[in-house]
Design a protein. Structure first.
Length: 298
């Protein structure tokens, strides 16, 4: 569903740009070019506002505050990474590579990949070759309904865990970006599935909610409000020791999940990564390398 929405949006923007260029070029090529670049300018501005709000909000957070140069570098990295993700991989390439469930177990642990808010399995395309080369069976889920309750994703994750466990012959690792980590916790709560997973790795997950959640009109967006009712109830329902299953990466330049330490989880193995933006974290070489090492660890 999200792929269809994003395809329509991208094609509409491209068509509008082409129509504007065709109309204005004979009169003024300069005006035509400037007008055609307005969507890109709006995108850059919205992204910049996110980083400004993040940097201001993080003033009172316990995580080390990012330097201005780090914020600017993270902004530019996020501009490039998010444009490739939302403008190409998710709308047009999300089904280009299938899940990999070998007929015979490879002796390596499998992986379930869980994306975040307004995303689909296209987020994980750069991971597939690395996982397959190391012999890790994998399934990348699509969480739907796109704007429904996070609780509704539990059965999708449960089915993926069962498939990967059957293919690999052992409990899988879950790798989750953003809201995907909350979906994994909702699955653990709904199915009491602690014994069916080896580890849960979260990248920029708003375990304590996020400041931006207050502005969302989507059900799952509101559930991620900072210190909100849903995340509070989730925390209270979790048994002592469950957090020990988790390794959580968080950053002082996360432009979606802030204050920064809301992406950490009390009792988990929390790992601070400096100067990395929200979507960028899913592809950061250091974070990816550590995740792959965790997946391969017995």
């Amino acid at each position: 569903m999200i792929a269809r929405w994003q395809r329509v949006l991208i094609l509409f923007i491209l068509a509008a740009m082409a129509a504007w260029l065709a109309w204005r070029w004979p009169r003024s090529p300069q005006v035509a070019i400037v007008g055609a670049l307005v969507p890109l300018a709006v995108y850059l501005l919205v992204m910049a506002v996110e980083f400004v709000l993040m940097h201001i909000t993080n003033r009172t957070d316990a995580a080390p505050r990012a330097r201005l140069a780090q914020v600017v570098a993270a902004w530019w990295a996020e501009v490039c990474v998010a444009l490739a993700l939302f403008g190409w991989r998710q709308p047009f390439r999300h089904q280009s590579l299938p899940d990999w469930l070998p007929a015979q177990p490879t002796g390596r642990r499998g992986v379930v990949l869980v994306h975040g808010f307004m995303c689909n399995r296209g987020l994980w395309l750069p991971w597939f070759a690395h996982l397959k080369a190391r012999g890790h069976a994998y399934v990348a889920v699509n969480l739907e309904p796109v704007m429904g309750s996070i609780d509704e994703y539990a059965n999708t994750i449960d089915d993926a865990v069962a498939r990967v466990a059957a293919a690999a012959g052992q409990a899988p690792v879950l790798v989750c970006h953003s809201m995907g980590g909350l979906a994994a916790r909702a699955w653990l709560r709904a199915h009491q599935a602690d014994g069916r997973v080896r580890r849960v790795l979260t990248l920029g997950t708003p375990h304590g909610g996020t400041w931006l959640g207050r502005f969302s009109r989507a059900v799952n967006g509101r559930q991620m409000s900072l210190a909100g009712e849903w995340v509070g109830a989730l925390q209270k329902a979790e048994p002592a020791g469950r957090a020990a299953l988790f390794t959580c990466w968080y950053s002082n330049c996360d432009n979606i999940v802030f204050p920064a330490t809301t992406a950490s989880l009390p009792g988990a193995d929390n790992r601070f990564v400096e100067g990395v933006a929200h979507v960028q974290m899913a592809f950061h070489p250091g974070v990816m390398a550590e995740c792959l090492d965790e997946v391969g660890r017995d």
